[in-house]
Design a protein around this ligand. Structure first.
Ligand code: AHM
Ligand code: MG
Length: 333
């Protein structure tokens, strides 16, 4: 039998990759892992408990929040607030940043952006959902952290990861030295290393896009979709269409199998739907670290200027050659 390595053991081992690290990032990742286990427990019980349904409140994007969104948001904020390594939390569910001003976080130098429960409209039909996190270092260690520290371009991320609550629960993360995946073993309550050094195939056969919006897509996207559907045995086309409607689950599948995920601008979402800080940048960091590519159709996601906390961006992300091809269609359209 292979040796089991838990997330905690792996994080401590990897601390050696950062010779000047004092263990703060490791503790931060460990805190996020613990919050993820608590959220997982509740997500798993969603069908059993009377926890489903909307609370009646809406988040700042004007979308319905479900009870589990609020629960997950609270768990991550609690873990990050009490851990002592994080000075600001920015959450997709909160209009403003949360500045942690407690004695325990006095010297904290990390900023964490979270989408506590992405794809939450899938919960009441028992379809996979996820959590996403993104970690930055405070720009000026001697000054109090502000919103400017949160609005750093994605290429400044020091770590990013996601948790997918699927047929099994997995936590996948990067600190800029490759991507590793851990599966939760419910019998021991630990995330165990199951997918070391994840690499996304350079080519794939899956395209993931909400084709219901086809008429509202830009010309380049329409043409790329048609390209995906044309028969050509030399490039394994037509490709397969797979779209769950949960970004984490759609990207997780494509990361393993090879594929492209697109959420373009549409007539109804002129900036795109997904959020740069909470969704696009962390996923771009993970996918790039796995050998893939992420753009807004023309520019690298992680170099886009962040001007607003809740800014949206179109995204084309996944296998490098597929994203290159989609980008060509966008460029020529
Ligand atoms: P959410 O943050 O409100 O859950 O929305 C994000 C989700 C993504 O997980 C998913 O890729 C996308 O919305 C699906 O949107 P659509 O239903 O428009 O295809
Ligand atoms: Mg989301």
């Amino acid at each position: 039998m292979n040796e089991v390595k838990t997330l905690g053991q792996f994080i401590i081992e990897k601390q050696a990759d950062f010779p000047y690290a004092k263990g703060e990032l490791s503790r931060l990742l460990r805190d996020i892992g613990i919050a993820a286990k608590i959220v997982n427990r509740e997500v798993n019980k969603a069908g059993l408990m009377d926890i489903l349904g909307q609370t009646g409140s809406t988040n700042i994007q004007g979308e319905h929040q479900q009870k589990l969104d609020i629960f997950a948001n609270g768990q991550f904020i609690k873990a990050l607030t009490s851990g002592g390594e994080c000075c600001i939390v920015a959450s997709e569910e909160n209009e403003d940043i949360i500045v942690i001003d407690s004695p325990v976080a006095h010297n904290a130098k990390y900023i964490v952006a979270i989408d506590p429960l992405d794809g939450s409209s899938n919960i009441d039909v028992n379809v996979a959902v996820g959590s996403i996190f993104s970690i930055y270092r405070k720009i000026n260690t001697d000054a109090p952290a502000t919103i400017v520290d949160v609005c750093q371009p994605g290429k400044q991320q020091v770590a990013a990861g996601y948790v997918v609550y699927g047929s099994s629960t997995m936590l996948v993360y990067t600190t800029g030295k490759g991507v590793n995946g851990f599966t939760l073993d419910p019998s021991i309550g630990e995330f165990c290393l199951s997918h070391p050094n994840m690499r996304i195939p350079a080519d794939g056969c899956i395209y993931s896009v909400n084709e219901g919006n086809y008429v509202h897509f830009p010309k380049g996207v329409k043409q790329y979709i048609k390209y995906c559907q044309v028969e050509d045995s030399t490039t394994n086309r037509p490709y397969t269409s797979r779209y769950i409607g949960s970004m984490v689950a759609d990207l997780h599948r494509n990361l393993i199998k090879g594929g492209i995920f697109i959420y373009p601008v549409t007539a109804h979402a002129p900036q795109g739907k997904l959020r740069l800080v909470y969704e696009c940048n962390p996923m771009a960091f993970i996918v790039e670290q796995a050998g893939g590519k992420a753009t807004d159709g023309l520019n690298r996601i992680m170099e886009l200027p962040v001007t607003e906390l809740h800014q949206r961006s179109p995204i084309f992300i996944g296998s490098k050659n597929m994203v290159d091809m989609a980008e060509r269609f966008m460029h020529d359209a």
